[in-house]
Design a protein around this ligand. Structure first.
Ligand code: SF4
Length: 379
């Protein structure tokens, strides 16, 4: 299958380095203890090659609409290195006038001057991994910042001129109470945030903290509480884990959630071509990803490539629709059994007719929290 004709206008770049590895993290990232001294240079060189090859293949759309720098901790990358990376990209493409360019950042790597330099490059949105404003919980999670550092970092981001700023919080942390969540939300929304992502902490059964995770009912209460608080503060609960001020939904992530095409660059990055119905992925290893690129053979380091079957596409369609506030159109209820299931789910308070979009149904806040069960029922 040849994906060369696909032109991507949404680009993800994975920066694999972190200060240290958090205890719950399953993203591909290397803490300082695992990072070799030459690795950041090797990463930059290989990334420049990957961008160059993708550019030669004509895979960048004329206008890029969204860029997302994820990781890892992209904000550990010096602005000069970022500049070299994006100079290479913009040799082959340019930014759409209404672009969104997000950088993930962690509090410990934020300084005002560094963020000014990122802004001068064109980055116009920051997503900061705060996770908690309780220093003991942060320590337990293996984060390297504490509450004060998180608040100081947020201040620096705003002082450096960013106005479109999101933060991440974790809920379901062992020992976390509703009062904690309330004070975290208060503490963060004292800043003019445009967006907040709140993820449920998930751990594998073998993890030392797994036994301490809250029971499902407590999790549901916490998620309901978060929904109430955030919507009362004027945020739209537009996706299971995401809240935005009107006009500030995360556009890059909406590409993922609406089944759009995106190109991932860097180790472990995933890509999806909607027209070719192909998903592909780079290796989860800095060296396995970089080696073919540095051989200058023109070979791309794609490790897995999967053409989606009609059944997978149908499952994805339901998974994505259940995640989003817009829900799904009634015309998807194409069998008597699906219509019956939906009636039951509405009675159980997990689905509801969309209040503004008459021909659609959507998950309720409780349905968001139980979305896996909803998808199992409907797909
Ligand atoms: S900072 Fe983020 S990417 Fe890095 S180890 Fe922690 S959770 Fe993972």
């Amino acid at each position: 299958m040849n994906d060369a004709p696909v032109k991507y206008s949404s680009i993800y770049l994975h920066f694999p380095f972190c200060e240290s590895k958090c205890h719950y993290c399953d993203f591909y990232s290397l803490g300082r203890e695992k990072t070799g001294t030459g690795d950041p240079d090797l990463f930059e060189k290989a990334l420049l090659q990957e961008i160059g090859i993708r550019g030669e293949r004509g895979e960048f759309a004329d206008k890029i609409e969204t860029i997302f720098l994820g990781g890892g901790t992209p904000s550990m990358t010096p602005p000069e290195s970022m500049e070299r990376i994006f100079n290479t990209l913009f040799r082959k493409t340019s930014l759409d006038p209404g672009y969104e360019w997000t950088m993930e950042a962690n509090p410990s790597s934020i300084t005002r001057d560094r963020f000014k330099a990122y802004r001068n490059l064109g980055i116009n949105r920051v997503s900061m991994g705060v996770q908690s404003l309780r220093s003991d919980h942060l320590l337990k999670l293996g984060r390297v910042h504490d509450e004060n550092e998180a608040l100081r970092a947020l201040e620096s981001v705003f002082e450096s001129g960013f106005t479109n700023v999101s933060t991440d919080l974790l809920c379901g942390v062992p020992g976390q109470t509703l009062a904690d969540l309330e004070s975290h939300i208060q503490g963060l929304t004292a800043f003019p945030l445009t967006h907040l992502s709140i993820y449920l902490l998930t751990l594998t059964p073998g993890h030392p903290m797994y036994r301490d995770l809250p029971e499902e009912n407590e999790q549901l209460d916490h998620l309901a509480f978060i929904h109430e608080k955030m919507t009362a503060l004027g945020f739209e609960h537009y996706e299971i884990s995401n809240f935005a001020k009107p006009g500030h939904r995360a556009r890059h992530n909406l590409v993922y959630w609406s089944g759009g095409s995106y190109l991932g660059l860097g180790p472990s990055a995933h890509s999806f071509s909607k027209s070719a119905r192909i998903r592909f992925r780079n290796p989860n290893s800095l060296h396995r990803w970089a080696t073919p690129l540095l051989e200058s053979s023109g070979r791309l380091p794609v490790e897995e490539r999967e053409e989606l079957t009609p059944e997978q596409l149908d499952l994805e369609k339901w998974m994505l629709a259940i995640r989003l506030e817009e829900g799904f159109p009634r015309e998807w209820l194409d069998s008597e059994s699906r219509r019956k299931k939906v009636e039951i789910l509405v009675r159980e308070g997990l689905l509801e007719p969309h209040p503004r979009l008459g021909d659609r149904l959507r998950a309720t806040p409780r349905g968001f929290a139980l979305s896996d069960a909803l998808v199992r029922e409907l797909s």
